[in-house]
Design a protein around this ligand. Structure first.
Ligand SMILES: [Zn+2]
Length: 250
């Protein structure tokens, strides 16, 4: 086989690997997103509890503020009661006292309900925290595995591309152009081994197309670039794989 065909086979090994690795790199973001989305769904309920807790606590603060205001007003009316001049004023102040008392009592009931909600939410959060933390850690380690996979692939690609530079510099430009054009459309698989059959015929191993004896014998000489009529791959022949039958035939 010509040294250039050997170089093309080496290039193909590199290119196939480069295509596989870049395909993998392209697939990783979607896989990451899938894991993150699933986690967000699973976490939504738990994180929802924290939202409930936060808004309940705010509610509780508002009730306390309102209670303080009403209690102040209530005390003011009670002291007003000492200074009333007539029964009309007395009746008005008594009405105000009753109204604030009712408001205070309603707010106290509401405060109790909110406290109960806070306590039960706190308990639920505490109960579910370990499970949530475990799931979070699981997702973090999955995402970290993606990170290290990506940096591993990137390092490998740098090395493969450097090797490719070296090898392709040793191939004639015209030949390299033919190779590259085929490789680009076939995910790097630009080469196909021609395998011998009894009777001096051969077959393209990629598409299984039969090769005429003359073509196969040209491929075996390996002096020129021969492309499969059917699949357009560059054909090569490995002499070391010659079977006894073929050896006898040649
Ligand atoms: Zn073919």
């Amino acid at each position: 086989m010509s040294p250039e065909l050997l170089k093309l086979i080496q290039l193909q090994d590199i290119d196939v690997k480069v295509f596989e690795l870049t395909d993998r790199l392209d697939a990783i973001p979607a896989e990451r997103r899938q894991i993150e989305d699933l986690f967000r769904q699973q976490a939504a309920e738990y994180l929802g509890l924290e939202d409930v807790l936060a808004s309940s606590r705010e509610h509780r603060t508002r009730i306390d503020e309102d209670l303080a205001t009403y209690e102040q007003t209530h005390e003011k009316f009670k002291s007003d009661l000492m200074r009333v001049q007539n029964t009309k004023e007395y009746a008005t102040v008594i009405r105000e006292i009753d109204a604030t008392k009712k408001a205070i009592s309603a707010l106290e009931t509401e405060a109790l309900q909110v406290m109960e909600r806070i306590e039960s939410t706190e308990k639920e959060i505490t109960d579910r925290a370990p499970e949530f933390a475990e799931r979070r850690a699981e997702v973090d380690s999955l995402l970290a595995a993606f990170d290290s996979e990506v940096s591993g692939i990137e390092a490998e690609l740098v090395e493969l591309r450097a090797n490719r530079e070296v090898i392709s510099a040793e191939v004639a430009v015209a030949m390299l152009r033919v190779y590259d054009r085929i490789a680009q459309t076939r995910k790097g698989r630009a080469m196909s081994e021609a395998r011998g059959e009894i009777g001096g015929k051969g077959r393209c191993s990629a598409c299984n197309m039969a090769l005429r004896p003359q073509v196969f014998s040209d491929i075996r000489r390996g002096n020129e670039l021969i492309v499969c009529d059917n699949c357009n791959r560059i054909l090569f022949y490995r002499p070391e794989q010659e079977t006894p039958a073929e050896a006898g035939a040649s």
